[in-house]
Design a protein around this ligand. Structure first.
Ligand code: UDP
Ligand code: MG
Length: 151
């Protein structure tokens, strides 16, 4: 089963959307295996967003992600990386489809509610930046018999 890193950014936490966002991923059938409310340090933010270090929006991104608590999570499921990216919607919420998290909850590209790994390698890297192995708990859901029926 694939794993992905997913975070609710400071705007999502500040706007009181934690429950609604987590509920969307739960309803899809993904298995929640890691969860913490945390303050991201500038060092962690720079490591996490290292791929964007040369971009013009990098400093703003680091200040935003460190501006308040985030909820960091890890999810497991069939093709979890692309499934979560699909639930999130496009990076720019103006272009995200209705029904996606970004499509339903905002208009700002910098405060766009959520982060999700963009591939399996990024997922492994990001999971290990935010979680120790013993913080991940594999709890299967009884309804997985139906969620994965026919697989
Ligand atoms: N971002 C921004 N301005 C841009 C592009 C991206 O502020 O022009 C921010 C935005 O919050 C985005 C994050 O940088 O979520 C990381 O960018 P990426 O291209 O990885 O988008 P994502 O994977 O989050 O959809
Ligand atoms: Mg990205």
């Amino acid at each position: 089963m694939e794993r992905t890193f997913f975070a609710i950014k400071p705007d999502g936490v500040g706007r009181g959307l934690v429950g609604e966002v987590i509920a969307r991923l739960e309803r899809k059938g993904l298995r929640l295996i890691g969860l913490k409310l945390m303050q991201v340090t500038p060092q962690l933010a720079q490591q996490h967003y290292a791929a964007h270090s040369e971009k013009p929006f990098f400093q703003g991104l680091v200040s935003f992600i460190t501006s308040g608590p985030i909820v960091a999570t890890v999810w497991e499921g069939r093709e979890a990386v692309s499934v979560v990216r699909g639930l999130m919607g496009a990076t720019d919420p103006v272009k995200s489809a209705p029904g996606t998290l970004r499509g339903d909850y905002g208009l700002s590209i910098s405060s766009n509610l959520v982060h999700g790994s963009d591939g399996p390698e990024a997922a492994e890297r990001e999971i290990s930046l935010f979680f120790r192995p013993d913080e991940l708990v594999g709890a299967s859901r009884p309804e997985e018999t139906w969620i994965y029926a026919g697989e």
